[in-house]
Design a protein around this ligand. Structure first.
Ligand code: PRT
Ligand code: ZN
Length: 284
């Protein structure tokens, strides 16, 4: 049995639960569950915690792995490592100053005070940049600090940037990009490692499917050699004869990023009735 620590309720919880569901793991949701819940069809127990407690819980062995924002993982700096990047809850950590502040470079922060809930990440950044600024740690509503005279600048999570703007601030330094990650200890027993491997295998299949689409079209047989060149597919496209003489149905998998460019080329070959459908899972 593997123990996974996840955020009980917050910006990570919905996508975390959706990920488990997509992996075919049914477990009671954090909103209704108590501290822990056992998955019905997978050797997994889920602990619902505040995100700030997850790195420590994993480091202490209370949970074997955890899902947290990279920002929290870096701030807490526990003896745990990144097992898998998950690509959701993306955000950045930035320094922002009042919009009337004539900011030219990081040197302008020398001698200033910066309010943050992430003192360790900020400290590392200031050291790297050789800036001597005072760090003012506060636990929430960081963005109001300059307005009430508590600090000259802020260091906080930014997603759309609208919170900064509505508080009269402008983003001047992006110090890191963050996404949800799975963290774990470096040493884990073989039985648990096997469960982690199975979980990662399923996550990869889901992520691969998200990046690809299944494409089907009808084409005159003489256009097929050209279409095959445009659509390499996983191995090679599937070609099935249609009931109309001289026509076939061509089916393949295409990467989302190449999608529009290839569609235009396919149309030029004489392909018709092009249908594109999302994929759910894709196994190597
Ligand atoms: O209760 P608990 O301690 O578990 O949760 P929490 O309140 O500490 O964290 P939560 O749920 O707010 O965020 C969890 C994680 O989501 C963070 O650690 C980040 O990794 C990630 N994340 C992604 C974000 C955002 N996007 C985000 N926009 N976390 C916070 N925000 C805040 C940001 O600080 C700003 O004040 O949302 C506000 C709106 O952002 P803008 O830029 O879109 O206006
Ligand atoms: Zn938190």
């Amino acid at each position: 049995m593997l123990t996974l620590a996840v955020q009980k309720s917050g910006r990570l919880s919905e996508k975390t639960m959706k990920l488990l569901e997509d992996c075919g793991i049914s477990v009671q949701n954090g909103a209704t569950a108590k501290l822990q819940a056992r998955a019905e069809n997978f050797p997994l127990q889920v602990l619902y915690l505040r995100d700030d407690d997850i790195p420590e819980c994993v480091a202490d062995g209370i949970a074997d792995i955890g899902i947290v924002g990279e920002n929290v993982f870096l701030e807490k700096a526990r003896k745990v490592s990144i097992i898998k990047r998950l690509g959701f809850s993306r955000c950045r950590m930035s320094i922002a100053v009042p919009k009337e502040f004539d900011y030219k470079s990081v040197r302008d922060l020398d001698g200033k005070s910066i309010a943050t809930s992430y003192p360790n990440i900020l400290k590392a950044f200031l050291q790297r940049e050789n800036v001597k600024a005072e760090i003012h740690e506060i636990s929430g509503s960081v963005e109001i600090a300059p307005g009430i005279g508590l600090a000259d600048a802020v260091f906080d999570i930014v997603s759309t940037g609208s919170t900064l703007i509505s508080n009269g601030l402008k983003e001047v330094e992006i110090t890191l990009q963050s996404e949800a990650i799975i963290i774990g200890k470096d040493t884990i027993n073989a039985e648990k490692q096997e469960i982690i491997d199975e979980l990662i295998f399923r996550i990869k299949a889901i992520n691969r499917a998200k990046k690809n689409k299944y494409i089907m079209m009808n084409a005159p047989n003489e256009a097929i050699p050209e279409i095959v060149k445009i659509l390499p597919g996983i191995k090679a496209p599937t070609i099935v004869p249609l009931s109309i003489e001289g026509w076939s149905s061509v089916q393949s998998v295409i990467e989302e990023s190449e999608f529009w460019e290839r569609i235009q080329k396919l149309k030029m070959t004489g392909a018709e009735g092009i249908i594109v459908v999302p994929l759910e899972k894709m196994i190597d």
